[in-house]
Ligand binder design. Structure first.
Ligand SMILES: [Fe+2]
Length: 173
């Protein structure tokens, strides 16, 4: 390393140690991230449930598409959980926490059916759950905008991915 390099490195590491959010807002941002996390973890589980149980003429396309949705949702959930740690809040992805905290089933009054699910019903169920998750993300985007634009930016990316998945799902109606 030359002397010149050292001179350039010093300000960068000072910037890296700066707080990522206003200290008073970390718990609020963490609560938003935790709520989004449990919704996404639940969505990943429910998408797999439909992946396994879908039947009908559109089985093949939906079976494959639901795995793409599951993968996308799990990657986004990981990013959300790691953002929570970054702002100093421990993410909780335990099954009991997800079960108690997810808001997705509130959008499906009869709950997720056990057993086989007809393809048309499967599309509507997953569309409803994706929409509920997106609504939650939009609310979290609004509430984090003022106190932590970095979390806001992350959540905008998560919502964009879910909205894209929803488009591809309902295009096959
Ligand atoms: Fe599979």
């Amino acid at each position: 390393m030359t002397h010149h390099d050292r001179v350039r490195v010093a300000p960068t590491s000072e910037t890296a140690t700066a707080p990522s959010t206003h200290p008073d807002s970390s718990s609020e941002v963490g609560a938003d991230l935790q709520q989004v996390l449990v919704d996404l973890l639940d969505l990943g589980l429910l998408a797999k449930q439909v992946h396994w149980n879908v039947v009908g003429p559109r089985f093949r396309a939906l079976h494959l598409q639901l795995d793409e949705i599951t993968l996308a949702v799990r990657l986004q959930a990981d990013a959300v959980a790691e953002r929570a740690v970054t702002v100093g809040v421990a993410p909780d992805g335990r099954a009991a926490t997800v079960s108690a905290g997810s808001r997705l089933m509130a959008a499906v009054p009869d709950g997720m059916p056990a057993g086989a699910i007809q393809d048309g019903v499967a599309i509507e169920l997953v569309n409803t759950m994706l929409t509920r998750a997106i609504d939650g993300l939009r609310a979290a985007i609004t509430s984090t905008a003022a106190c932590d634009p970095v979390t806001e930016d992350l959540l905008i990316g998560v919502s964009a991915e879910l909205e894209k998945q929803r488009w591809m799902l309902i295009a096959s109606r």
